[in-house]
Unconditional design. Structure first.
Length: 464
């Protein structure tokens, strides 16, 4: 895939970029290695000042970078602005909290004496250069939620971004440079996927984090495993959105529209499978379908647009194939189900869609729908709800709507997911760990869990 900015609203190639040569990659790796030797010894106060400065610059750049993201991958401009603001918030949160999160841990004195020591503690040290293989769907946020904790921990970053968001990738390197970070602490590598293995196998690269598809995760995990290097993977998701009889159905249906259609439906943590108790199924289906139909599809630069184009023609066509397969096998289209009729035929648009009558024989039952397409399931009781919710290879997050405490306890115990969000939609926040189970990956981002992923938890044992 060429490294290029292609406007998904028009299909027009706006700018192309040359891939880094092997010599260029070598210079970046050498710079990262040299930078880490000095940066690792900086204080938390030094790092916090740099990250705060980067946050301030990003805040000032919000409109410009939002337009760049919208141009490159098609998200509505309002959503792009919100993404930039979220990154500013995360940077400031880690600047304020990293030292506390990575403070030395001291075992109880009795345990220290039992270990034969007079003093003992756990001290967190950075690992080194970390390779971040990042996706296009949240081109700023996905990177910042890695970079902010990694840089505050004393690591340095090497970004291999998706090939369709090169201007956003280059902006990130420039942002950290303007903030005053030493040369080599954060670098963007404009390379294709074929270059990843060589970079990851280089002895100077200590670890890797990847957000992306399952095949990409398998590849990076296999290479890193062969090299015995730490990885964190956040892969696909097919999150359930369960609605029980005690739920506020009106609110659930309203939030469901946002949970499915945010970011043009291209989000790993978007709710995708809507599992509704038969007692409230009809009411929910009616309200949810009406909400999806009311969404405005159009130019993502327009303030009134709710759903823009999908990021690529292949992505749009793959989504259409899943819908067509389901319809051929008996699914009912409650709304959408096709490309919208527009005066301008260009662009990779797809109508917000709700499908009912889904069966396990349909591809859409197991495959991730990366676009504004929702599937509806009617269930008889909580046992069936749990069974359908867990009937997926994925386990990123989940949404549960109920006002029954016993329901909540059951879902928290039995749902196979990295998160259970009760009476609200899944969202990532700096203070909460984020990640999945099963084929949605392993490890955690954000919070104290995330910042410690790329640290050496060093046991310090001392006797008199």
């Amino acid at each position: 895939m060429p490294i290029a900015t292609v406007n998904p609203a028009t299909g027009e190639t706006l700018k192309t970029f040359e891939e880094l040569t092997p010599d260029g990659i070598e210079r970046c790796l050498a710079a990262a290695d040299a930078a880490f030797r000095g940066y690792r010894t900086t204080t938390f106060a030094d790092r916090a000042r740099l990250l705060e400065r980067a946050a301030g610059l990003l805040e000032a750049d919000q409109e410009d970078i939002a337009r760049t993201m919208t141009t490159e991958m098609g998200k509505p401009l309002t959503a792009a602005r919100a993404e930039a603001a979220k990154c500013v918030k995360a940077m400031r949160w880690y600047a304020a909290n990293a030292e506390r999160l990575l403070a030395d841990e001291h075992p109880p004195e009795a345990e220290v004496r039992d270990a034969g020591a007079t003093h003992a503690r756990v001290h967190y040290r950075p690992l080194g250069p970390v390779l971040a293989v990042m996706p296009w769907n949240f081109p700023l946020w996905q990177v910042v939620r890695f970079a902010a904790p990694a840089l505050m921990a004393g690591n340095v970053g090497l970004l291999k971004h998706a090939s369709n968001v090169p201007q956003t990738a280059l902006y990130l390197e420039d942002l950290f440079r303007r903030a005053g970070y030493p040369e080599g602490v954060f670098q963007t590598l404009l390379v294709g996927s074929r270059a990843v293995e060589g970079i990851l196998r280089d002895d100077r690269v200590a670890a890797a984090t990847l957000t992306g598809s399952e095949p990409a995760g398998r590849s990076v995990a296999a290479i890193a495993g062969d090299e015995i290097k730490k990885t964190v993977l956040e892969l696909g998701g097919s999150d359930p959105f369960v609605v029980m009889p005690s739920a506020d159905v009106d609110k659930a249906a309203q939030v469901a529209v946002t949970a499915r259609a945010q970011n043009n439906g291209q989000s790993c943590i978007a709710a995708k499978r809507f599992i509704v108790h038969t007692d409230v199924y009809d009411a929910f289906a009616e309200r949810f379908t009406a909400g999806m139909e009311a969404l405005t599809v159009g130019d993502p630069m327009e303030e009134t647009t709710d759903v823009g184009p999908l990021a690529s023609e292949a992505g749009r066509d793959g989504l259409a194939e899943l819908v067509d397969d389901a319809v051929r096998q008996g699914a009912t289209v409650l709304c959408g189900g096709r490309r919208p009729e527009r005066r301008d035929p260009r662009g990779w648009f797809y109508e917000p869609t709700v499908l009912a009558g889904i069966t396990p024989a349909m591809r859409i039952h197991q495959e991730e729908t990366f676009g504004p397409v929702a599937t509806l399931y009617r269930v008889a009781d909580i046992d069936e709800a749990v069974k359908v919710a867990n009937d997926t290879y994925f386990g990123l997050s989940s949404n549960v709507w109920t006002r029954d405490d016993a329901d909540v306890q059951r879902f928290v115990r039995d749902l196979e997911a990295g998160g259970v969000y009760v009476n609200g939609m899944t969202a990532s926040h700096p203070a909460l760990p984020f990640g999945g189970v099963k084929r949605s990956g392993y490890g955690r981002e954000l919070s104290g869990h995330g910042i410690k992923e790329f640290c050496n938890a060093t046991t310090v044992w001392q006797a008199s």
